[in-house]
Structure formats: structure tokens, C-alpha cells
Design a protein around this ligand. Sequence first.
Ligand SMILES: [Zn+2]
Length: 236
Amino acid sequence: MRLRTLVDEVRLGPAVYRVLRPYRPLPRAALFPAGGEPRPHCLLMYADRTAAAVLHAAWALATISPRSLVCLPMRAARPPAHTPFAGSEAMSYDLVLLHHRLQFPLSRWKQVRARLRGGTPHTAVLPPGVLPGYEEIDHDARGYAGQRDHLRIELSGRTAFVVGSTVAFRQWGHCLRRLATGPGPDEASSCGAPHHCVSVDDWRPRQDRDWTDLHIEVVADWRPGAVLPAANAVRR
Ligand SMILES: [Zn+2]
């Protein structure tokens, strides 16, 4: 698997951040929080088949790139017509995948993003097996109290962040694979609705807060919904 990317190196004080973006924009990918910030209970993401394949590759790239931030810009996207966000003032968020070892303060992303330039084209080669299949994962491991490899999903500055370790990104990789390849025969959607979707969440044992669910729906027939003039006026 390959992913054409744009690579930026952003200096902010003494720190240099490496930011990877897909080479081509994703006009048919959008993400909306449902609930309050900074940890809404649910993030609803929509992607056409092309964007689902790019997200799968971007997830694999993030898994093996512990020193980079992998960004999927989506804030310019209009919500698909079939969603509750069409015709509302809801604005799409970007998605950033990063490793917790970077210890990146999420509030700094706005400054990093403002410094992104055209980027240097680079084709990332993603070895097969970066993201294991469902049967290769120890699914019970998530419930172990001592298990430390969980994702964290948070919002900051109109961006949804998925933060994790190599193990955590790998453990959810089968979902992203399924997103890109389509459901198996007789396979139900993750939420029971009649569409193709997967869900990724940051639940962990003994947590002292609600978890956040990232629900990703593949929209094969993407029709852009209307956008209210007011929503356009406040776009950043
Ligand atoms: Zn669903």
C-alpha cells in the first residue's frame, strides 16, 4: 500500500513538528462532533470510498510514524445531504492522528497548522501487515486493567485528534481495513444502521470519564448537502 503525501516541517520555538497530509484534498470526507467539547460522546465522520481508502492508508502511516502528525484536512467539506448536519450551521472538523510519545500539546496545533506551506511531495510505502486483521488481535487485552495501549480522542481548535501508541493504532487497524475493503458477507454495520461503517473508541478500564466514539460511515453516493449562508460566513 502506498500513500502520496505532502510533508511539512514546522518550527515552533525549539520544537520542529513533521506534518504529513494526503497529496490530494478529500472533498468527500467530513467530521462532525455530536455533543460537548473537549470530549463529545460521539464524532460522526463520513467518507466516500476514495476518502475511506486514504483514511485507511493514513491510519497505517500514523501507526509507523511515531514522530509525525498525520493530518486529514476536512474543514472545507460540506456535509452529505443524508446527514442531520446538511442545511445546518454545523462545520466539519479536521482529523489528526499522532502518537502520545510526541507529547504534543493539542492547543498548539492551531499555530502549527497556520505555518503549513505547500509541503514536499513524498510517497509513503506502507508494508503489508502494518495493520493486522481482526483475527490477529487479542481483543480481550482492551479489558485488562494494566493495559496502557488505548487511544485518546479529543477536540481542540476545530480538529479531532486521535492520540495513541503503535500498539493502540494497530489494534484498531482491522476496523480501518474493513472500512476500505467493505463489509464481509452478512456482516452487520457497527451501529446496526443500514450502512457500511466502523467505530473506533477510547474506552479504557476503570476510566473516570465517558469515552468518545468515532463513527465512520462510508457514503458511496455522496451528495453534498446545502450549507446555510451563516455557516459560510463564520468558516475559518
Ligand atoms: Zn453506523
